[in-house]
Design a protein around this ligand. Structure first.
Ligand code: NAP
Length: 310
C-alpha cells in the first residue's frame, strides 16, 4: 500500500488520489452512461489501490451509490475503502428542491446506507445549503448520526463562507467540499484559510476543470459536449488556458507522468487539501490519475504552477 494521509482531523486515512463518482450511473447528468463501463471503472479503481470514493444521491438519483455498493460487495472490499456521499436534493416530476432538515438528513443517511450495502458511511456531506434550515441545526443533526455510528465524519458542500461559519458554530464540521482548481483559485482568499485554521480538510471538486486541465484538448480540438458552452472552454480564455496547460509538459516529462498528474499533484500541495477526487469515466483515466503519486513536485515547482494560472 502506498502513502496514505489523514483527512483533516477525522482519523480517517486514505490514499490521496480518490475517485469522483459523479459520472458513475449518472444518467440524469450525462448522456450515454454505460453502467458496464461504470462497473469496470470502479473495479479498476479498486485494483489500482483507490480507497476513497466520492458519490452523492444526485449522481444518478442513487444509482452511483448503488453501483459502488454492488462492486464493493462483489469484490468484498467494503472494509478496505472510505465512502463519502452527499444529500440535499429532492427530485420530483415538478422539479428539484433542497432540504437540510434533520428528518430529511436522517432519512438520507439511512437510504444511502442501503444503496451502498453497508451499515456506516465514512463521510456524509450536506450537498447544498437549503437556505431555510439554520446551518448549525443541519450539522447538529449529522452530529447525532455520527454519535449513533451511522456516519464517521461530517461534511458540507457549496456553502458560502458565512453559511460555513454558522454551520461550524459548534466545531462539528470535519470536511468542506467546494469548487477549486488551478483556474478557479478564488477560495484561497477566505474559505481555504478558514479551513486550515479550523482543522477542517478542504476537498476540491472539479480539480481537472472538467478535463480542461488534462492536456488532451487543443486550440483546434475543443470538447464537443456540454462543456463547450462553459466560459473557460470558449474564446481567448480557452486559448490562454490551453497554452498554459501545454507548458506543463516540461514538468510532466521530468517526472515521467501526464499533465493531469502535474495538475493534481500541484492541487495536493495546497495547505488544507489532503485528498483530490478527480472524476474518471474509464479504467484508463483512473489508472492515469493514480500515477500522480509518482509526481513528487518540489514546493517551488508547485508554487510556480499555481502562479502560472493566476
Ligand atoms: P474533474 O475531476 O475536474 O474532471 C473529470 C473529467 O475529466 C472526467 O469526467 C473525464 O471527462 C476527464 N478526465 C478525468 N481524468 C482524465 C485523464 N486522466 N485523462 C483525460 N481526461 C480525464 O471534474 P468532476 O468529475 O466534475 O469533479 C470531480 C468530482 O468532484 C466529481 O466526480 C464529484 O465526485 C465531485 N463533485 C462535487 C460537486 C459538489 O457539488 N459537491 C460538484 C462537482 C463535482 P471526459 O473523459 O469526458 O473528458
Amino acid at each position: 500500500m502506498g502513502k496514505r494521509v489523514e483527512i483533516g482531523k477525522t482519523g480517517i486515512h486514505v490514499t490521496p488520489i480518490g475517485f469522483g463518482a459523479n459520472t458513475i450511473g449518472a444518467h440524469n447528468l450525462f448522456q450515454n452512461i454505460d453502467e458496464d463501463v461504470s462497473r469496470e471503472t470502479l473495479r479498476a479503481a479498486l485494483a489500482e489501490g483507490v480507497d476513497f470514493f466520492d458519490s452523492a444521491f444526485m449522481y444518478g438519483l442513487g444509482r452511483s451509490e448503488e453501483l459502488i455498493g454492488e462492486v464493493l460487495a462483489e469484490t468484498g472490499s467494503r472494509s478496505d475503502v472510505i465512502l463519502a456521499t452527499k444529500a440535499a436534493h429532492i427530485v420530483t416530476d415538478s422539479g428539484v428542491k433542497l432540504d437540510n432538515s434533520p428528518t430529511f438528513l436522517a432519512e438520507s443517511v439511512d437510504s444511502a446506507l442501503k444503496r451502498h450495502q453497508t451499515d456506516y458511511i465514512d463521510l456524509f456531506y450536506i450537498h447544498f445549503p437549503d437556505g431555510v434550515t439554520p446551518p448549525a441545526e443541519a450539522v447538529g443533526a449529522l452530529q447525532r448520526l455520527k454519535e449513533a455510528g451511522k456516519i464517521r465524519a461530517i461534511g458540507v458542500s457549496n456553502f458560502t463562507m458565512d453559511a460555513l461559519s454558522l454551520a461550524n458554530k459548534d466545531g462539528y464540521v470535519d470536511v468542506v467540499q467546494d469548487k477549486y482548481s488551478l483556474i478557479y483559485p478564488e477560495l484561497e482568499k477566505d474559505m481555504i484559510p478558514y479551513c486550515v485554521e479550523s482543522d477542517i480538510s478542504f476537498v476540491p471538486y472539479t480539480p481537472l476543470a472538467s478535463g480542461l486541465l488534462t492536456g488532451k484538448f487543443t486550440a483546434s480540438n475543443p470538447p464537443q459536449d456540454f462543456r463547450k458552452e462553459r466560459p473557460h472552454f470558449q474564446g481567448q480564455s480557452y486559448i490562454d488556458i490551453i497554452a498554459k496547460v501545454n507548458s506543463l509538459q516540461i514538468l510532466a516529462d521530468k517526472y515521467d507522468v501526464s499533465i493531469a498528474n502535474i495538475v493534481l499533484a500541484t492541487t495536493l500541495s495546497v495547505d488544507g487539501i489532503d485528498v483530490v477526487i478527480p472524476g474518471a469515466k474509464s479504467p484508463e483515466q483512473v489508472q492515469s490519475n493514480m500515477q500522480t503519486l509518482r509526481a513528487a513536485l518540489t514546493r517551488d515547482e508547485a508554487t510556480q504552477v499555481r502562479e502560472l494560472f493566476k
